[in-house]
Design a binder for this molecule. Structure first.
Ligand code: ADP
Ligand code: ADP
Length: 229
């Protein structure tokens, strides 16, 4: 389960400016589609439409042949896992932040997810900006570490659909490779949309869509796209 379909989707945040101008693509259940393109092209907008944060003006967004307008927010949130560019953490321990979305998970599973995402050592701490009842200050996390919390959360949640929005953008290249391996592991057998700036980070995607100015400019496998250039 988890097939995603965009059918001739037209979308604008405000009436004066079209953001998506007839975008159509399909992600078969269990496959990975990468969306690459310049900043402002509309890539993140696509992920927001899957969650139905906004309604489209024309076309259809379908999950398992069902229009997202007919699916509850609750069910969308349960079936889609997202690693965003910018992770906002709750005022609670990092372990709690990982557990969010799967509150029934065992401590052992939380620890395993944290280890895979390489944030194992400090999961009992609070994130930065917060202070515990006993006055202990929250731990200052870098952008990359926050992303790893989001990755651990997604590993634990193991949803049928994954959206990785520049999921390794805040990581240094060494950590990026290791996290990429963890992400490849979680995306196995799950329907995955990877949003990326560079083609080089999405070599293994089943299909790559190049989005430019709200339209699909090119599509194909990594090898197809290299051949054309
Ligand atoms: P990308 O992910 O490809 O960088 P986005 O989908 O984030 O692009 O944004 C596409 C365009 O929509 C950009 O020009 C951006 O400024 C605009 N945009 C994004 N979010 C909003 C919003 N909430 N309201 C109005 N315009 C927005
Ligand atoms: P790290 O030490 O893990 O490399 P930094 O906080 O130094 O992380 O940020 C590295 C890069 O990531 C910078 O370009 C920064 O703009 C960007 N960045 C910072 N915080 C975030 C975040 N929460 N999500 C995504 N990118 C971020």
């Amino acid at each position: 389960a988890g097939k995603i379909e965009f059918r001739d989707v037209h979308f604008s945040y405000d009436p004066n400016r079209k953001i998506l101008k007839g975008v159509s693509f399909e992600v078969p259940a269990g496959k990975t589609v990468a969306i690459v393109g310049p900043s402002g092209a509309g890539k993140s907008t696509i992920s927001r439409l899957l969650f139905r944060f906004y309604d489209i003006q024309d076309g259809q967004v379908l999950i398992d042949d069902q229009d997202v307008r007919d699916v509850t927010q609750e069910s969308l949130r349960a079936s889609i896992g997202m690693v965003p560019q910018d992770t906002v953490l709750f005022n609670d321990t990092i372990a709690y932040n990982i557990r969010y979305g799967r509150i029934d998970a065992s401590e052992e599973d939380v620890r395993k997810a944290a280890e895979l995402a390489q944030i194992g050592p400090f999961i009992e701490r609070l994130p930065d900006g917060y202070r515990s009842m006993v006055g202990e200050r929250g731990l200052k996390l870098s952008g990359g570490e926050k992303q790893r919390v989001a990755i651990a959360r997604t590993i634990l949640k193991a949803p049928p659909i994954l959206i990785l929005d520049e999921a390794t953008s805040a990581l240094d290249s060494h950590t990026e490779q290791e996290i990429q391996a963890a992400l490849d592991l979680v995306s196995q057998g799950r329907t995955t949309i990877v949003i990326a700036h560079r083609l080089s980070t999405v070599i293994t995607a089943d299909e790559i869509i190049v989005l430019k100015d709200g339209q699909i400019a090119e599509r194909g496998t990594h090898a197809d796209l290299l051949r054309k250039h």
